[in-house]
Design a protein around this ligand. Structure first.
Ligand code: NAI
Length: 287
């Protein structure tokens, strides 16, 4: 079976925005989708079943296969319920798109423990819990597809988003190791940094830019990464407005010291140490 035909795929946070576009695209291409969403506000407060239900109804009306789930990704119990929904309704789990997310933007100087924790819990712990619950099934059936939602904030930084950026780059660290550990089980793990007009971005970017960033333009790349054809793993893609780009960590040749340099010696070589002209893709020297 090629593509995502008959693959059972969980999309977290699929009651709106990008997740809804992913769910539609995957269902349109023959996947059986679990539409997870706890139906809260942008900051993660509140609860409703209506968002997930609405997307499931849309998919079914279009002839696709979908089932709702309203659990929070932020707890191991919620994640287990999400994967159980896939297993009990469709009899399998082949892929997870870890898309659920919230914002608690504020400057680092003003950030409270609660604002830090809430964002890390949904993005980083949420992706961990849901992927962890699916992982034994992936290993057993020798097939699994994982996508995490990273962000250009994690890759490059953004004012007022220290909590969000830390969570988002943490997810790249997660898929780097999942790619290594999953390789022999035909499990791939990749990250997508989307750019799209949703309730999350409606007031953070200029209107003219947002008009070019329909969420449906991100979905095909996520669909490909969930497919049987995809063999790419441990990669990061920036996707939005019709552009699909790969992003990677590079390293330069560096400067080698035969013994520990003095402060003056390292200071005098620092411009060379920092210079990235001629840098090549980085690799783990002990991996
Ligand atoms: P959105 O706010 O429309 O979607 C997020 C969804 O996650 C919401 O429907 C929300 O109810 C759900 N959700 C929140 N907490 C949850 C929880 N604990 N359990 C289950 N569901 C939960 O925002 P958008 O833009 O669609 O974001 C989707 C993902 O893409 C997020 O991870 C976001 O950080 C990421 N992203 C989006 C960008 C964009 O340009 N829109 C840019 C970079 C990253």
């Amino acid at each position: 079976m090629s593509g995502v035909q008959d693959k059972v795929i969980v999309i977290t946070g699929a009651g709106g925005g990008l997740g809804r576009a992913y769910a539609h695209f995957l269902a349109d291409n023959g996947a059986c989708v679990v539409v997870n969403d706890l139906g809260g506000a942008r900051d993660g407060t509140g609860y409703s079943t209506s968002m997930a239900d609405a997307v499931v109804e849309e998919i079914r009306a279009a002839g696709g296969q979908a089932v709702p789930n309203y659990s929070s990704v932020a707890t191991p119990e919620g994640a287990a319920e999400i994967i159980d929904t896939a297993l009990s309704h469709f009899g399998a789990i082949h892929g997870v798109v870890n898309n659920a997310g919230i914002l608690r933007d504020t400057t680092f100087h003003k950030m409270t423990e609660d604002e830090w924790d809430a964002v890390i819990k949904v993005h980083l712990y949420g992706s961990y819990h849901v992927t962890r619950a699916a992982w034994p099934h992936f290993r057993e059936q020798q097939f699994g597809r994982v996508v995490v939602a990273t962000s250009t904030t994690g890759l490059y930084g953004n004012f007022g988003q220290a909590n969000y950026g830390a969570a988002k780059l943490g997810l790249v660290g997660l898929i780097n190791t999942l790619a290594i550990e999953g390789a022999k089980y035909n499990i791939t793990a990749n990250a997508v940094a989307p750019l799209a007009r949703t309730r999350m971005t409606e007031d953070v970017a200029p209107k003219e830019l947002l008009e070019t960033l329909d969420p449906t333009l991100v979905a095909p790349a996520v669909g490909y990464l969930m497919s049987t054809e995809n063999q790419d793993t441990g990669s990061v893609f920036v996707v939005g407005g019709g552009l699909v780009q790969r992003v990677a960590v590079f390293q330069n040749d560096g400067v080698r010291f035969d013994s520990a340099p003095s402060l003056a010696e390292i200071t005098s070589r620092w411009a060379e140490i920092s210079d990235m002209s001629g840098a090549k893709p980085g690799r783990n020297p002990v991996g």
